[in-house]
Design a protein around this ligand. Structure first.
Ligand code: SF4
Length: 365
């Protein structure tokens, strides 16, 4: 049975056309399901009775089941969502005075195995469906609306920004992620500005080029090293697409991007990539690429083998970048006591790659 959360506007029009319905019905349905958060077809009062009856028998709106809901003292909130067969993914809501950012997962696990990432340690099971991706936004908005006393939908304080930075590599699940992105920016669905929707990639060059053509939104790239030797170790996809190829793809992307810069994420690992010479090499490497650098103090997790850079090392690194006129921010750690901080999301993954078992065997003396 079709789950309506799996369809973007074009998909929904095609589904309804097959039922003999006009395209404007798809617009009505998008509004009900995504903008108003309605999952009961009987409540969709401006739809023809016959269509409501057909929807009730031949379609549904099914969300991942929420297994856990945790809150951190700083207001960060994390949901663990069951996606079946023993897998669960996480999404994180970060409220700030002027915005509410939702960090969304795109895969159950991740196959890319970045050395410092808790998700990568879990192995990989499968891509999430469009419904499972957009369902995270639907659910967060539903919870925000439920907790507010404001009655009119227009006044609700919904999610304002989305970052595809949760579990998984979004560009490795291209079609489902793009359908979800189209819903996020669709005026009839969530109506978010392209500038407020960010895809974060470890550097899949072919995916960056495809995204530029299919649905350009803001782009963040997990760089984490200023040279290929170090990046090969920290972000193994670099062996396929080294830094020069990645930066060239970033420049091509900027032709169509809604923002005139790329964000480079750089997690600072003590004595690994946080020395002054790394900062100076990074400055040289990024010359000519309009960008912002987001420094992320590492969020340790058990068995990671890395330490967070000391505060002085973070400040020194930042100052070298800023002196070279690179726009640089240091990410404030949010939600680390509920393991909701960047790189800490692990969910629950039935690993199909045997990577996790292999690593555990290697670690056993
Ligand atoms: S950092 Fe991103 S791409 Fe790398 S293993 Fe973690 S989730 Fe995957």
């Amino acid at each position: 049975m079709p789950n309506l959360l799996d369809y973007d506007a074009a998909g929904l029009e095609a589904l309804l056309a097959g039922w003999g319905e006009k395209p404007f019905r798809a617009r009505q349905l998008l509004r009900w399901v995504h903008q108003l958060g309605e999952s009961d077809f009987a409540a969709m009062t401006d739809l023809a009775k016959s269509l409501r009856a057909r929807l009730a028998t031949d379609a549904d709106v099914t969300l991942p089941r929420v297994r856990a809901d945790s809150r951190s003292a700083d207001g960060t909130r994390k949901w663990l969502l069951d996606v079946g067969a023993g897998n669960a993914v996480e999404s994180v809501l970060i409220p700030e005075p002027d915005r509410r950012t939702l960090c969304i997962s795109s895969q159950a696990g991740c196959a890319l195995e970045c050395a410092f990432c808790a998700t990568g340690r879990q192995g990989f099971n499968r891509n999430l469906s469009t419904a499972e991706i957009i369902g995270q936004l639907w659910w967060a908005n539903h919870c925000l609306a439920r907790e507010q006393t404001i009655e009119t939908h227009a006044d609700r304080r919904m999610v304002t920004n989305v970052v595809m930075m949760g579990m998984g590599e979004p560009l490795a699940n291209f079609d489902n992620v793009v359908a979800a992105l189209r819903l996020m920016i669709d005026e009839r669905a969530y109506g978010l500005s392209r500038r407020r929707v960010t895809v974060s990639t470890a550097g899949l060059v072919s995916g960056i080029d495809r995204l530029r053509d299919a649905c350009p939104v803001a782009l963040a790239v997990s760089l984490h090293a200023p040279n290929d030797a170090l990046r090969d170790r920290l972000v193994p996809i670099n062996r396929k697409w080294p830094i020069d190829a990645l930066l060239a793809a970033c420049l091509r992307y900027l032709d169509r991007a809604p923002r005139d810069f790329i964000t480079f994420e750089y997690v600072l690992l003590e004595d690994v990539n946080d020395r002054p010479e790394h900062a100076r090499e990074l400055v040289a490497r990024l010359r000519g690429v309009p960008c912002k650098v987001n420094l992320i103090p590492f969020n340790p997790f058990a068995g990671s083998g890395f330490e967070r850079s000391p505060r002085e090392a973070v400040a020194r690194f930042r100052d070298i970048l800023m002196r070279a006129s690179l726009l640089t921010t240091v990410r404030r750690t949010r939600g680390d006591e509920i393991d909701a901080a960047c790189g800490q999301l692990a969910g629950q993954v039935q690993d199909r790659t045997r990577r996790k078992a292999r690593r555990e065997a290697e670690a056993t003396p």
